[in-house]
Design a protein around this ligand. Structure first.
Ligand code: PLP
Length: 388
């Protein structure tokens, strides 16, 4: 199989596998005082340092979670509940139109359940970039403490946000006590993050998108930012996320973070993506590449060829041994038009043809060529069927 779906999950790196095997071979609760517990603790703390370094943060900012979705839930629900408990309530919540379902679902649930909390969607331009002028107006009109959630990079299109500009706007127009959450699940290991330098209050990460195991994530929290835990109990993670730490997955997360922080493979992967897109345009000149005029992740290509439905293409490519995705993996299986492409104002017919190819550390030029050949065969079949 040729795996071109690294944004859904990236195969585990050898370094991460070794760390996982080593942790699996040992017993120990990271909270136990005996030697076995201390060994488990050492693995967790080494991973915390590696994850903090990857995000440009202090190790003490890192809270391990079970996944990126939990990190997003903890940031958003934890901020709202923490601010309420500190009697400095958040009353205005702004969320970009292209956020991941885990941000959308949690913010929608908050707006329904927390009295006095108003949720607003920040529009994006046709390139999928947050409309800063619209955000400025939204922030200027209204009173009350603000929480803004903007992703670093979109999972479907790879479009990057200008986080520096967003952070400045949030501080200047939203007020001194405003809060910023960044979902950096797809950006980690692909572009530099700089949590401390950015001045964000919360940032979400996920191990399996960087070649670590599934089952570990992290939320970075700035000192002093409000945060009520979602899971109470034994007080692990400095009381911010109770539950025995998943030492095995966290050890793998740390090892993957150590490897990707060097960004050694990024230029090579970008060349693969660029080669794919150049050749795609040759075999299908009418192909539309979404977000192409914006800054994008180096590994992601989301495109549509009119007349070739995403479903037909997915099945056809799968039969040829090529794994790609239509829209977000988390919503695959559900036939529903992508809210990301829809928010970019793309025609519904094209949205339904949207295919995502996402490259990663396992891929080679031969993979790109094989995918293009399979795509060319598929296009020829589709066109012949239409002509008949
Ligand atoms: N945020 C983004 C942008 C994602 O792409 C994903 C997963 O696809 C998540 C959050 C959720 O991460 P996890 O799969 O670790 O729950």
């Amino acid at each position: 199989m040729i795996y071109l779906d690294h944004n859904a999950t990236s195969p585990m790196r050898d370094h991460a596998k070794l760390a996982v095997f080593a942790a699996l071979a040992e017993t120990g609760n990271a909270s136990s005082v005996h030697a076995a517990g201390r060994a488990a603790r050492a693995r967790v703390e080494a991973a915390r340092e590696a994850v903090a370094k990857l995000a440009g943060a202090k190790p003490s900012s890192v809270i391990f979670t079970s996944c990126g979705s939990e990190a997003n839930a903890l940031a958003l629900r934890g901020a709202v509940a923490g601010a309420l408990a500190a009697e400095d309530r958040i009353t205005r919540l702004f969320v970009s139109a292209t956020e991941h379902e885990s941000v959308r679902a949690n913010t929608a649930a908050l707006a329904e359940s927390v009295p006095g909390l108003k949720l607003s969607e920040i529009p994006v331009t046709k390139d999928g970039v947050v409309d800063l002028a619209a955000l400025r107006l939204q922030l200027m009109h209204g009173k009350g403490r603000v929480l803004v959630s903007v992703m670093a990079a979109n999972n479907e299109t790879g479009v990057l946000q200008d986080l520096g500009a967003v952070a400045r706007l949030v501080r200047t127009e939203g007020g001194e006590d405003s809060l910023l959450h960044v979902d950096a699940v797809q950006a980690a290991g692909r572009v530099a993050l700089g949590f401390d330098a950015l001045g964000a209050d919360y940032m979400s990460l996920s191990a399996h998108k960087i070649g670590g195991p599934q089952g570990a994530g992290a939320l970075l929290v700035k000192d002093g930012a409000p945060l009520a835990p979602l899971v109470a109990g034994g007080g692990q993670e400095m009381g911010r996320r109770s539950g025995t730490e998943n030492v095995v997955a966290i050890a793998g997360f740390g090892a993957a973070a150590e490897e990707v922080v060097a960004f050694a493979d990024v230029a090579r992967i970008q060349n693969l993506r660029d080669r794919f897109e150049a050749e795609l345009k040759r075999i299908a000149p009418d192909a539309v590449i979404f977000g192409r005029d914006a800054g994008r992740l180096p590994n992601t290509s989301n495109f549509a060829v009119a007349g070739l439905s995403a479903e037909t293409a997915l099945i056809g490519l799968d039969l040829d041994g090529i794994a790609v995705s239509s829209g977000a993996a988390c919503s695959s299986g559900k036939v529903k038009p992508s809210h990301v492409l829809t928010a970019m104002g793309i025609d519904e017919v094209l949205v339904r043809s949207g295919l995502r190819v996402s490259f990663g550390w396992t891929n080679s030029e031969a993979d790109v060529d094989a995918a293009l050949q399979a795509l060319a065969r598929l296009l020829a079949r589709t066109r012949n069927a239409k002509a008949a």
